[in-house]
Design a protein. Structure first.
Length: 215
């Protein structure tokens, strides 16, 4: 493990106890939870599907997916995040498989998925282009890659030492991410999300969007 990867793991492990205090992380407010549930149902198949949630954090989106009837596998580099995800789904009576590992190379062997979901992760990755290729390669025929990302105005905030070397530190705009994804898939669409305040627990002023890409 490189020093940068170790620092990133430590950062998110330390963030785990308070992570869900952010409205769009914990989804504790009814309106915020309902807003994400509506989006996820629109982005995923109507019938039960195998979903890989990379960079799953404390499992808030994983739980919505499980509640919708999907079979969820979550991966996160931070062990404390995974502990919370397991506890969250278990306490709610939902099943889910949660693995500690590199979201850019999920430790799921030869498993293939109907959906690979990633939210607010690519900016943290040392090699995001390689991660995109890996995720696209985990899809079944006609599978979907769902990326919820943005260009964060908060990019100047301290993160970890060495974060300035991350290719997409601070996030990136929809046009740039779509250009990176397009060669890997058959089709994609971009869905703006910044004007839906319910998703974030209030108004936001930076670029936020989803890319829904089809294998």
């Amino acid at each position: 493990m490189s020093d940068l990867t170790s620092a990133i793991t430590g950062y998110w492990d330390a963030a785990a106890p308070t992570f869900d205090e952010e409205p769009d992380h914990g989804l504790r407010a009814d309106r915020t939870r309902a807003a994400w549930d509506r989006r996820l149902r629109a982005w995923t198949p109507a019938q039960p599907a195998d979903v890989l949630d990379v960079g799953c954090g404390t499992g808030s989106l994983s739980m919505l997916l499980a509640a919708a009837g999907h079979r969820v596998t979550g991966v996160d580099v931070a062990p404390r995040m995974i502990e919370q995800a397991r506890a969250k789904l278990s306490s709610a009576g939902f099943a889910g498989r949660f693995l500690v590992g590199d979201a850019a190379a999920p430790p799921t062997g030869d498993d293939r998925f109907d959906v690979v979901l990633c939210r607010h992760l690519v900016w943290t990755l040392p090699d995001p282009q390689a991660a995109l290729r890996e995720w696209a390669g985990r899809l079944r025929p006609s599978g979907r890659l769902v990326l919820v990302e943005g260009r964060w105005r908060e990019a100047g905030q301290p993160y970890v030492e060495g974060a300035g070397s991350l290719p997409w530190n601070g996030g990136l705009g929809a046009a740039d991410l779509a250009a990176a994804v397009r060669p890997l898939v058959a089709d994609l669409r971009v869905e703006p999300l910044g004007d839906d305040a319910d998703l974030w627990g209030g108004p936001v002023h930076d670029e936020r969007y989803a890319i829904i890409a089809y294998a």
